[in-house]
Design a protein around this ligand. Structure first.
Ligand SMILES: *[C@@H]1O[C@H](CO)[C@@H](O)[C@H](O)[C@H]1NC(C)=O
Ligand SMILES: *[C@@H]1O[C@H](CO)[C@@H](O)[C@H](O)[C@H]1NC(C)=O
Length: 354
């Protein structure tokens, strides 16, 4: 038995404090994803999908880091709740010793499909994120295995892996016919099926690399993002987009059940993206920052002051949530991860007293 750390934390919109003992509930946490999880991997790529300039990071201790948020993103919140003292480092700048507790491979505009997001420039697709993970495994063999993979494999079995992909396969692929032809080749159901099929192969590869504790997020209901509503010149959520996402998430859910039944020793948790938030978030259809009309799409214009009542906004820019929303989403993801850690944690969620 590992040492059991009992700790109590109170979660509120503004504060998040977890165990201070410095012993995380799992030894390592690996992150695969897109801009919702990216913490700096795109900074040195030639792409419009970047967030390493103000006002991004206005509420983050290190300022703008490449996180597509005013503050912490979901990955930061999950890592914090798991008891990690520091956030999981980005692949782009992780130090040699850092990699033992995990690596964040996430990249803004990246997708399950290699071409997703390509009109914005460079990105690290899920296939490339898996290739980067293979590189890290070799480094771990040197670091903790004396050049051998067996002890590394044992270590990798104990880690949590969150994978959150699919958003850009819709936003920056299927629903962008100016740049991508998938919507003329496939019906939404066919597209959902081929995405799920490819995703399943990618998760299988991650299993072969030693992952056992998987938490997979469904694609977000991006039809409600202000940038998608603007693209469709709609005042309300775009049903066509959300309907396609529903098909994908349904297919993904069954694929995960099947993967779990086939793969010995593996557990897959599915995390359903939220469709709404507490009424404290009373600005749901407008971004908090001034969105650029020249860089990318839906991103904050550099160096302009954002809204001050950030705790009331769902969206920070026209695609990405505020830190306040990530605190809520991160807490529910952490709760969904509970089969993967032993703890005496008492979680008190914010009460919606509407
Ligand atoms: C949101 O709620 C705050 C108080 O919590 C209020 O000051 C603000 O005017 C509200 N905004 C909207 C758009 O309703
Ligand atoms: C945000 O954009 C609006 C309209 O383009 C402009 O009037 C306003 O000054 C900008 N805000 C800041 C803080 O720059």
């Amino acid at each position: 038995m590992g040492s059991l750390v009992a700790c109590v934390f109170i979660l509120s919109i503004a504060t998040l404090s977890s165990c201070t003992t410095g012993v995380p509930q799992v030894p390592c946490y690996f992150i695969f994803g897109d801009s919702l999880y990216d913490n700096g991997n795109n900074n040195h790529l030639v792409t419009e999908a970047k967030a390493n300039f103000p006002p991004y990071g206005i509420d983050y201790s290190d300022g703008p880091t490449g996180r597509f948020s005013n503050g912490r993103n979901i990955a930061d919140v999950i890592a914090e709740l798991l008891g990690f003292e520091k956030s999981i480092p980005p692949y782009a700048s992780a130090s040699r010793e850092d990699i033992i507790r995990g690596v964040n491979y996430a990249s803004g505009s990246a997708g399950i499909r290699d071409e997703s997001g390509q009109h914005m420039g460079g990105r690290i697709s899920l296939n490339q994120q898996l290739a980067n993970h293979a590189t890290i495994i070799l480094q771990l063999a040197d670091l903790i295995g004396n050049g051998n993979l067996a002890p590394v494999r044992k270590h990798l079995h104990k880690c949590i892996y969150t994978v959150a992909m699919g958003n850009n396969d819709f936003i920056n692929n299927y629903f962008y016919p100016q740049y991508y032809k998938t919507s003329s080749l496939y019906t939404p159901q066919e597209y959902a099926d081929i995405l799920v099929q490819q995703y399943t192969q990618q998760l299988l590869k991650l299993y072969e690399y030693g992952a056992r504790k998987f938490a997979i997020s469904g694609a977000g209901y991006s039809g409600c993002a202000p940038a998608m509503m603007a693209r469709y010149e709609s005042d309300v959520c775009v049903d066509e987009v959300n309907g396609a996402v529903v098909l994908f998430n349904a297919g993904l859910t069954s694929a995960l059940v099947e993967l779990e039944s086939k793969l010995s020793g593996a557990k897959f948790v599915y995390i359903e993206p939220p469709l709404g938030y507490s009424t404290d978030f009373n600005v749901t259809d407008k971004p908090c920052c001034n969105v650029s009309t020249t860089i990318g799409e839906g991103q904050c214009a550099p160096n302009q002051a954002p809204c001050s009542a950030r705790q009331n906004y769902v969206f920070w820019d026209a695609f990405h949530p505020t830190e306040s929303v990530s605190l809520v989403d991160g807490a529910s993801a952490y709760a969904a991860l509970s089969p993967f850690y032993v703890s005496e944690v008492k979680l008190s969620l914010p009460v919606d007293d509407a």
